[in-house]
Every structure is written in C-alpha cells, then in structure tokens.
Design a protein around this ligand. Structure first.
Ligand SMILES: NC(=O)c1ccc[n+]([C@@H]2O[C@H](COP(=O)([O-])OP(=O)(O)OC[C@H]3O[C@@H](n4cnc5c(N)ncnc54)[C@H](OP(=O)(O)O)[C@@H]3O)[C@@H](O)[C@H]2O)c1
Length: 216
C-alpha cells in the first residue's frame, strides 16, 4: 500500500490515476486549489471504486500525507505550482506527469523548456525531491474507464534508482501496464515530446493511443 497524492488531481489525468491506484488498494489524496473541487473529485473516485481509501484535500495537505506525489497540472501551472509546494514536497518521490504542449491552430506542439524538460525543471525547483518522469502515455479517459484494462508501457525516467524502482512498481499496479526503465531524467524530454505526436495522432484517428516498446 502506498500513500499517493495527486497535485491537480481533479483533472482527467489525476482522476484517472487516482481511480486506478485506489482500486489497487493505495491510500489516495486528491489535491486541488480548493477544498470543494478536491471533495468532488474524491466522491467521483468513490463512485467508481466504492471501497476506495480516498480523500480530497488542498494540494499542500494532500502532499503532506503522501510518500509519493504525482504532479498533474497543465504545463502553464508547472513552475508556479512546484515553487509554492517545494518545501512541503521536500525529499519525497515526485512523479512528473506534465506534458509541455500548446494547442495551436496548426495542431498540438511540444513546448521547449529551458531546463531540457518539465521533469528537469521540477528537479531544479524542488532539488531535494526524488524526481521521476512517467505516465505521460497513459490516456486519462482510458484510465478512468476502470472496467477496461489498460494497454501499453509506462516508461519511467529518473536519476534516483530507488525512487525509479518504486515508481515502476507503482505503474504496474495498473492492470496490464508494463513499466520500463527509460534511463535518467535527461531522457524525459523524449517522453514529453513524443506525447505531442501521440496527441496529434489521437486527433487524426479520433483515438486514445499509447506506447508499447517491442524487443524487451
Ligand atoms: N489528459 C490526458 O490524457 C493526459 C495524459 C498524460 C499526461 N497528461 C498531462 O497531465 C497533466 C494534467 O492533465 P489534465 O488533462 O488532467 O489537465 P487539466 O484538467 O487541464 O488540469 C488538471 C488540474 O490542474 C489544476 N490547475 C489548472 N490550472 C492551474 C493553475 N493555473 N495553477 C494550479 N493548478 C491548476 C486544476 O485543479 P484545481 O482547479 O482543482 O486546482 C485542474 O483540475 C497535464 O500536464 C497533461 O499534459 C494528460
């Protein structure tokens, strides 16, 4: 059992992960900027997983209670959110799920991040945390469809080996997901940028794509 917090867990991606982790028996703390939205999101998890151990809390309180913290806010809120929670996150495992993309008239484009990737920006802003980058390729609506198994790989990049192992174990709590070691945090930009391509493919095919690496 892991105590998991989701910063911005009221959005589709955070909610999807919350549902899957709650079903796996984890204690889940959904974070939000408001108590009300956090409580509403926790109620949605309970609807899907009636015996879920789930609570909605303001982001900082959710983080305090957890050992593994997921960041599921839009990229536009990435730096600001991390700056405000850096002290509370401290040395915990921080899993960055954020995809730096912008939705333009010409499609969905990856955004260049000065630090190299969103996850490397997280490491710069929360230097004591054990930052991992993962879960970008797991579609929010598929995660929320609890009656259907997921497909694909969760590729995990991190520099801290112990934290990476724990995040890989966490990913495999989701039925049929295989975790793969994607190397260090410097590889995170591949995960993040690749997601922009998946989002464009989703648009073309009206699909929910994921990633499966073959040969391993
Ligand atoms: N959707 C997907 O299928 C998917 C898949 C993989 C990765 N991702 C990534 O996961 C992240 C979350 O995706 P999502 O679709 O769930 O996003 P979202 O619905 O746009 O945002 C998630 C939550 O972030 C909080 N938030 C929004 N603006 C904020 C701000 N300015 N400051 C602080 N918090 C703010 C909101 O929570 P409160 O208002 O309750 O605070 C919101 O419910 C994104 O970075 C996305 O790229 C998404």
């Amino acid at each position: 059992m892991t105590r998991v917090a989701l910063i911005g867990g009221t959005g589709p991606e955070g909610l999807g992960l919350a549902v899957r982790f709650a079903r796996a028996g984890d204690e889940v703390f959904i974070g939000s900027r408001t108590k009300e939205r956090a409580a509403e999101a926790a109620a949605k998890v309970k609807e899907k997983v009636p015996d879920a151990r789930v609570k909605g809390l303001p982001n900082a309180e959710a983080v305090e209670k957890a050992e593994m913290v997921f960041l599921t806010v839009p990229f536009a809120a990435h730096a600001e959110t991390l700056e405000s929670l850096a002290e509370t996150i401290g040395e915990k495992i921080l899993v960055d799920v954020v995809v730096p993309v912008e939705f333009g008239e010409d499609g969905i484009n990856a955004v260049t991040v000065a630090e190299g990737s969103a996850a490397q920006q997280a490491r710069a802003l929360v230097p004591k945390a054990k930052v991992a980058s993962a879960f970008h390729h797991l579609d929010a609506s598929d995660l929320q469809r609890i009656e259907r198994p997921m497909q694909g790989d969760a590729i995990v990049c991190a520099d801290h080996k112990g934290a990476k192992k724990k995040v890989m174990e966490q990913a495999e709590k989701i039925e049929y997901i295989r975790a793969l070691d994607g190397g260090g945090l410097t590889n995170s930009h591949y995960l993040e940028e690749w997601t922009a391509l998946l989002l464009n493919i989703n648009k073309i095919y009206k699909a929910h794509t994921g990633v499966r690496i073959v040969g391993v």
